[in-house]
Design a protein around this ligand. Structure first.
Ligand SMILES: NC(=O)c1ccc[n+]([C@@H]2O[C@H](COP(=O)([O-])OP(=O)(O)OC[C@H]3O[C@@H](n4cnc5c(N)ncnc54)[C@H](O)[C@@H]3O)[C@@H](O)[C@H]2O)c1
Length: 354
């Protein structure tokens, strides 16, 4: 249990910080958190979010470093675009401030490794809001697999497909102008899910990504990858930002886990987990599995775990030590695309530990 109210510095006031953290997550933590500072370079969104949160002017900042130096906080929450994460982390590390950050750790391999090494060296508590693991259908799917009724996992098929053809319709960061937008901003969630469902880290990844002529993205909007996990489970991943027909958008992704004795599936965008087996006569049997109750969002669960960690409890599952595995999968995928070769993800991990 959290003992006292924790003082939090929120870095980012617009975009996802506003839409999810300020409007949905933080109101549910009023008895556990006190916001002691809010930062955003955009004065307009800073003022609007401060008004919603009821924060006085002296707690508002447009500069990350100034805020971190001035405010007495117990931890910070980073909801800035990925290219601004590293500077925020390094300022927080200087002040020995624990960090709860949005994914991805950073937008490039070099910075991600640098951050990971520094956090480890300085022994700072840091976790990432890799939130999809905690959604009810996913938790249910995981439980079905763990119960072992279907035997061992053979392979996993994962599909994500959103219709973001119109410029601006995917309203996260600068996805239409950045390199590898789906891999860096999106696929990290799905790679993390493949790790979670398979119960293992990634051994190899072979990835291609591309940008069809009708795409409004500057860089590769679509991704396909073939993976092998360290426990031998294989996976196929399909990701599309340009889905003109069949959707599996955010929170409605398709996961099919093929096991020795049956398949466990979330496949129709209806968030229902179905188990398919064969009866004695060979007839297919389909069962709908009742959903396990979950927190209102994955962020609620991770923030709850993070607060307990600050109070001496165990670390959240998505602490940086674990999340580096998902983060480095995306950069191995990018390297695989560039070289047209399979990449060994654990070699990337080795680089981050020396
Ligand atoms: N977990 C999820 O499901 C999920 C969903 C959406 C976004 N995200 C993540 O949330 C983070 C933020 O995404 P977003 O779409 O809100 O980004 P964004 O580009 O909209 O930026 C968020 C806010 O940060 C401010 N900002 C940018 N640079 C700054 C700087 N140097 N100093 C101070 N403020 C600065 C912007 O003015 C903006 O208000 C990203 O890491 C993104 O990947 C996660």
């Amino acid at each position: 249990m959290t003992k006292n109210k924790k003082r939090v510095l929120l870095l980012g006031a617009g975009g996802w910080a506003r839409e999810h953290w300020i409007d949905n997550v933080l109101p549910d933590f009023k008895d556990k958190l006190e916001i002691v500072g809010l930062v955003d370079i955009n004065q307009g969104v800073l003022k609007e979010s401060a008004y919603t949160l009821g924060l006085p002017k002296n707690l508002l900042f447009t500069n990350i470093g100034q805020a971190i130096n001035k405010v007495q906080a117990d931890f910070c929450i980073v909801v800035l675009p990925p290219h601004a994460h590293k500077i925020a982390y390094f300022k927080a590390i200087e002040k020995r401030l624990p960090i709860l950050s949005e994914k991805p750790i950073t937008d490039n391999l070099k910075d991600t490794i640098e951050v990971f090494k520094r956090i480890k060296q300085m022994r700072i508590k840091m976790a990432i809001t890799q939130n999809y693991r905690y959604e009810s259908p996913i938790a249910t799917l995981k439980k079905v697999i763990e119960r072992g009724r279907l035997g061992k996992i053979d392979y996993i098929v994962a599909r994500y497909a959103s219709d973001y053809r119109k410029k601006g319709s995917w309203d996260v960061g600068s996805v239409y102008d950045m390199d590898y937008p789906l891999l860096v901003e999106g696929s990290i969630h799905h790679f993390d899910m493949i790790r979670y469902l398979s119960g293992a880290n990634c051994r190899t990844i072979f990835c291609t990504c591309w940008n069809p002529p009708w795409s409004n993205f500057k860089d590769n909007a679509n991704v396909m990858a073939m993976l092998e996990m360290t426990n031998g489970v294989k996976a196929i991943y399909e990701g599309s930002s340009l889905a003109a027909g069949f959707m599996n958008r955010w929170h409605q992704e398709y996961y099919r886990v093929e096991c020795e004795k049956g398949s466990a599936v979330i496949d129709r965008g209806d968030r229902i987990v179905r188990v398919y087996t064969r009866g004695k006569s060979g007839k297919q049997i389909m069962e709908e599995i009742p959903l396990i109750p979950a927190h209102p969002s994955g962020h609620h669960k991770i923030l709850t775990d993070f607060l307990e960690w600050l109070d001496g409890g165990s670390a959240p599952e998505t602490q940086i030590k674990d999340n580096i595995q998902s983060a480095l999968m995306t950069f191995a995928a990018i390297d695989s695309k560039k070289s047209n070769e399979q990449k060994f993800v654990q070699k990337y991990i080795e680089k981050s530990t020396i």
